[in-house]
Design a protein around this ligand. Structure first.
Ligand code: ADP
Ligand code: MG
Length: 411
């Protein structure tokens, strides 16, 4: 090849290089723009999915609440054996639906970022005490040894009710997936961290399955069915909570032998004087005499009617109204009532707290009240401890509501 030809070649090659580079750059820019568009699209789709999930599960809750209360009412009225059996089965179905709905709501709240952790120092012992009382009977009914140490003095720094939710899911799984042997809780100190172990001698998880257990609706060894008492959502909620609280969760498991879930929490540098407690009771409320009279405030007519029917069948006298104004109007003429039951979210931005405050201004601060909420908003979380007030979250069962009323009135 001649020198001239060589020069031409290299110039031509240089031009081709420049053209190639421009071409590649243009394609890179296009690819980046495309990726950004796709990500925006995915974000939007995800947000829409969360919103859909939140709305659907929230709106399903009211009719489910109505069904549950009506079932409770009918169970108190019906004696024919077949009808009793049908109602029992209906109750099981309503219970399963409530659990699924609760799990979906938990996930949608965690995804939309509405759950804000309230960090504080608390003792592991306080968590263990609750777990012991929540699960001792269930474990015993399966013949399992349930060992929860009571000498855990370690303090941790996190959100106690969210950590409780994590451990509740883990312990519930440990018991559910263990046919014989034991379920143990343990608490250890580990380099500035506190490790809580949930150990079981259950069916274990095969090595190739471990990575899937946190997936939504994933249950090992089969399609979801209600007879397994779960929907494969527990661990996906756990994983989201662990991320939200910036904790660590490790799992070790051996198929056929058992599993160990370890939750790592930051140790607290302070000593906690008063442990975290869920509720406290002190008998200082307004006493009632004779037949209990209830004032019921709920803006949803179906729920209101169902609650009124249940309470009437259970022997209460009920006045039911839809709003704060109506509540004030009815109590103006007939001043006597023993207990106020109010929904939290009322129409037109009114809240059950306003109803309680207004009626307590009229009848005194010891007026007994039950506040029924669909969500645990911060307004409720921050309420001072009040022995004459009970807060319960929807969906509530007829039995739960009646037990709570009996306890509150007995004070
Ligand atoms: N302690 C455990 N022992 C054995 N398998 C478990 C354990 N915990 C979870 N799993 C497996 O992981 C799956 C997902 O758990 P989870 O999301 O809590 O769903 P669910 O409890 O509703 O089945 C379970 O279906 C089960 O197969
Ligand atoms: Mg579970």
């Amino acid at each position: 090849m001649s020198v001239v030809e060589e020069g031409d070649c290299s110039r031509a090659a240089g031009l081709r290089d420049v053209a190639d580079r421009k071409h590649i750059e243009a394609r890179l820019i296009a690819a980046r723009e495309y990726a950004e568009l796709a990500r925006d699209e995915a974000d939007r789709a995800n947000l829409e999915k969360s919103r859909f999930l939140a709305t659907a599960s929230h709106d399903l809750r009211q009719p489910l609440q109505t069904l549950s209360l009506l079932n409770g009412t009918l169970r108190r009225m019906v004696t024919e054996p077949n009808a009793v059996d049908a109602l029992w089965q209906q109750e099981q179905a309503i219970g399963a639906m409530s659990r699924l709905l609760n799990a979906l709501l938990d996930i949608s709240k965690l995804e939309s970022g509405t759950i804000k952790p309230a960090l504080t120092d608390f003792t592991v012992a306080a968590l263990f005490t609750e777990l012991r009382s929540d699960f001792a009977n269930l474990a015993a009914s399966k013949g399992l040894k349930f060992n929860v140490p009571d000498e855990c003095t370690d303090c941790v720094h996190s959100d106690p009710s969210l950590v409780q939710q994590i451990l509740t899911n883990l312990v519930s799984n440990a018991i559910k997936y263990t046919r014989e042997g034991w379920v143990h809780l343990r608490c250890l100190r580990e380099q500035g961290l506190v490790r809580i172990d949930v150990l079981d001698t259950g069916i274990g998880i095969a090595a190739d399955q471990v990575r899937y257990i946190y997936d939504e609706f994933h249950q090992i060894g089969g399609s979801t069915n209600a007879s397994r008492d779960g929907y494969g959502l527990g661990l996906s909620i756990v994983q989201r909570l662990v991320q939200l609280l910036d904790l660590k969760l490790n799992v070790r498991s051996e198929f056929g032998k058992g599993s160990a879930f370890s939750l790592l929490l930051p140790a607290s540098t302070n000593r906690v004087k008063s442990p975290y407690v869920r509720s406290e009771r002190t008998p200082a409320c307004q006493p009632h005499v004779g037949e209990p009279l209830v004032l019921l405030v709920d803006d949803d007519q179906a729920v209101r009617d169902a609650t009124r029917m249940l309470l009437s069948v259970a022997g209460y006298r009920v006045t039911a109204v839809a709003s704060l104004t109506e509540a004030l109007d009815t109590t103006r003429s007939d001043a006597r009532f023993d207990l106020l039951i109010t929904d939290y979210h009322l129409s037109e931005g009114e809240t059950g707290l306003q109803v309680i405050t207004a009626l307590r201004e009229r009848f005194g601060p010891a007026l007994k009240a039950v506040l029924i909420t669909a969500d645990t908003s911060s307004a409720i979380k921050d309420l001072p401890l009040d022995p004459c007030l009970r807060i319960i979250s929807k969906p509530i069962s007829a039995d739960e509501l009646l037990t709570l009323l009996r306890e509150l009135l007995a004070n």
